[in-house]
Design a protein around this ligand. Structure first.
Ligand code: NDP
Length: 325
């Protein structure tokens, strides 16, 4: 058997972790039947629960699962890591100011960025824990790992948009291509249908502006709140599924003539200031994400992209003031 790929999952005892680990163990993250070694990182109080999940993983008798290790020390967990799924984060609690939230997360993502220096040369990092884009920025800024290995998740927003479009047009999600999420994984994100194709044909001119601005965009951007309202708990399995999609695409590539959405470190494309971790339309090939170039940006799109990117800029200023980047 090929040597196992080391996959670190932080916050492994949480809701998303619980859904995510079994997908990874069954081989859905990496593709091509590659064996995996799972490394679960938790805070000391949650290590016992993570150990319980490790027992359940053992009971899954997954043929591709080489083994499970549980840690409360980031440098040990990330030693030799090929993939890092950074799920554990400090949630916003009632009355908490944004600066406090960013500071609390800085205390998690700064040391994890440093610990990633011990990872394998090919390490790929996906930040899921919120505020995901800025947490990724903090980790990247405190690590010697090349910046293009740090990403944050907007794939769930992308998938949510595909599902809404599939409902609207009465098609399967697989018939839809070239959806884009721009900006921050927050309510300011811009789900952009300008370039969407259904069965290879453009649909933007069939989309009513009222539906777009009053229904589609807010529905996608606020879907998390809708899930909490209906399910009584935040989305977990769909977030885990999107994390699997993100990494699987990063490793195995995007479909021909299609792209996906991922938050990556900006190179200044589309006027997004360099260094911000912003969502873009991206293709993946040979284990690298690349921003799709040359798309026309309408005035409507420009305004929406700028608003979300401005929020990312404010978050960067706030963490700069805290000495985190
Ligand atoms: P979840 O597993 O439900 O969520 C984990 C993180 O993912 C949260 O920051 C959450 O943000 C975020 N997230 C991103 N996208 C989504 C989405 N679409 N839907 C829902 N969540 C999303 O949280 P739990 O509280 O169940 O578990 C967190 C675990 O992390 C705990 O076990 C805790 O001990 C651990 N932890 C580990 C750390 C470490 O390993 N060093 C550090 C901190 C915590 P949001 O809160 O905004 O929904």
């Amino acid at each position: 058997m090929a040597s196992p790929v080391n996959v670190v999952v932080t916050g492994a005892a949480g809701q998303i972790g619980y859904a995510l680990l079994f997908r990874i163990a069954s081989g859905q993250l990496l593709g091509e039947g590659r064996p995996v070694r799972l490394k679960l990182l938790e805070i000391p109080q949650a290590v016992k629960a993570a150990e319980g999940t490790a027992l359940e993983l053992e009971d899954g008798a997954f043929e591709l699962l080489d083994g499970v290790d549980v840690y409360d020390d980031a440098s040990k967990a990330f030693d030799g890591a090929n993939v890092g799924l950074l799920v554990g984060a400090r949630p916003r609690t009632k009355g908490m100011e944004r600066a406090d939230l960013l500071e609390a997360n800085g205390g998690i993502f700064k040391p994890q960025g440093e610990a990633l220096n011990g990872a394998a040369d090919d390490v790929k990092v996906l930040v899921v824990g919120n505020p995901a884009n800025t947490n990724a920025l903090i980790a990247a800024s405190n690590s010697d790992v090349p910046k293009d290995r740090f990403t944050a998740m907007t794939r769930l927003d992308h998938n949510r948009a595909l599902a809404q479009l599939a409902n609207k047009f009465g098609v399967g999600v697989g018939q839809i291509s070239r959806m884009t999420i721009w900006g921050n994984h927050s309510a300011s994100q811009y789900p952009d249908v300008t370039n969407v194709l259904i069965d290879g044909k453009p649909v933007a001119d069939q989309v009513d502006q009222g539906w777009l601005t009053d229904e589609f965009i807010p529905r996608v951007a606020k879907r998390g709140a809708e899930i909490i309202e209906v399910r009584g708990a935040s989305s977990a399995a769909s977030a885990a599924a999107a994390a699997v999609d993100h990494v699987h695409t990063w490793i195995n590539g995007t479909r021909e003539n299609d792209w996906t959405s991922a938050a990556i470190v900006s190179d200044g494309s589309y006027g997004v200031p360099e260094g911000l971790v912003s969502s873009f339309p991206v293709t993946a090939k040979d284990g690298r994400f690349e921003i799709v170039q040359g798309l026309e940006i309408s005035d409507f799109s420009r305004e929406r992209i700028d608003a979300s990117v401005a929020e990312l800029g404010e978050e960067r200023e706030a963490v700069k003031k805290l000495g985190l980047v």
